[in-house]
Write a protein that binds this ligand. Structure first.
Ligand code: NAD
Length: 285
């Protein structure tokens, strides 16, 4: 059982890291936040404060609770200053070499018997765990964006992850108000293994001229009751991120059905990465 009097560290203060930091702090945990870029931590603190203030204005949270949550967050510029946390959640950029480098430096920093988790959406948890001194204490803790709102944590068990690590991780997810669903490490886990082929097929459907983007999304929204169409979702995730994950599925599962659609590749080549570049399958100007 995680102890609220002991810190949890989050590495990477981007989109996901800041959401994880906020969720932990709101649930009463002391959080040590580290990012290679001090500006990312400043922006994370500002956005967390803004989100909590908005919750206070809407009457969803007491002012004192919001202030206490912000007060539980400490930003550290040097990785070794995270102390000896009981858990470290790695949420840095999705790059295998970078993650391996970060995880190796995190290995001696966690409390003895503590857990190191990765929020990766596509890299093998088993492969990342293999660089740790104790892979039984390594696990995938896959949160969804926006973290404070999304209920699911996909708990990804690597080949060497122990039962105790899985159980502690699931218990923490419940303490954070989330629902943990346990899956085994395999390319794309469950979430991206099922989602990305659907997005890819929507891009093939567009490429084949079956219908325009609005119509394809409209069919999926109204016919299948999806809250968002697959092409709008690709824009939200980032077409580059979708391509990267499809390449992992195609390479690691070795089946043609995961082949990224040429139109998706063309979009990425053109810099149409979706909402973040204001242009993807839709325009956000
Ligand atoms: P992001 O680009 O918004 O943030 C990544 C952060 O990592 C940046 O602030 C960057 O400065 C920092 N970073 C890079 N190198 C570092 C280092 N050496 N030490 C410390 N920090 C470093 O990315 P994101 O969308 O937050 O994704 C983070 C992770 O979460 C990735 O593994 C991604 O696959 C996963 N993920 C993303 C989503 C999503 O919807 N964005 C959903 C689930 C999981």
């Amino acid at each position: 059982m995680m102890d609220k009097n002991k810190p949890i560290a989050v590495i990477g203060a981007g989109t996901m890291g800041r959401g994880i930091v906020q969720t932990l702090a709101q649930s009463g945990f002391k959080v040590m936040m580290h990012d290679a870029l001090p500006a990312a931590m400043e922006s994370a603190t500002a956005s967390i404060t803004k989100m909590l203030n908005r919750a206070v204005e809407k009457g969803k949270m007491e002012k004192a609770d919001a202030e206490a949550a912000v007060g539980r967050i400490t930003s550290v510029n040097t990785l070794s200053d995270i102390g000896r946390p009981q858990l470290i959640i790695e949420a840095a950029t999705e790059n295998p070499d970078l993650k391996i480098r970060i995880l190796k430096s995190l290995d001696p920093l966690v409390e003895s018997g503590g857990i190191i988790a990765t929020n990766t959406s596509s890299i093998s948890v088993t492969k990342l765990g293999a660089v740790m001194s104790d892979p039984t204490r390594f696990i995938g803790m896959h949160f969804f964006n926006p973290v404070p709102l999304m209920k699911l944590v996909e708990v990804v068990r690597g080949l060497e992850t122990s039962d105790a690590t899985v159980q502690e991780t699931c218990e923490l997810a419940v303490t954070l108000g989330k629902t943990p669903l346990k899956v085994n490490d395999h390319p794309g886990f469950v979430s991206n293994r099922v989602l990305m082929p659907m997005i890819n097929e929507a891009v093939f459907t567009l490429q084949d001229g079956v219908a325009d983007a609005e119509t394809i999304d409209g069919v999926m929204k109204m016919g299948m009751n999806h809250p968002m169409g697959p092409l709008a979702l690709a824009d939200l995730i980032g077409t580059d991120v979708c391509l990267f994950i499809l390449e992992v599925l195609h390479r690691d599962l070795g089946e043609d059905r995961y082949r990224p659609c040429p139109l998706l590749r063309k979009m990425v080549d053109a810099g149409r990465l979706g909402k973040k570049t204001k242009r993807g399958f839709y325009s956000y100007e």
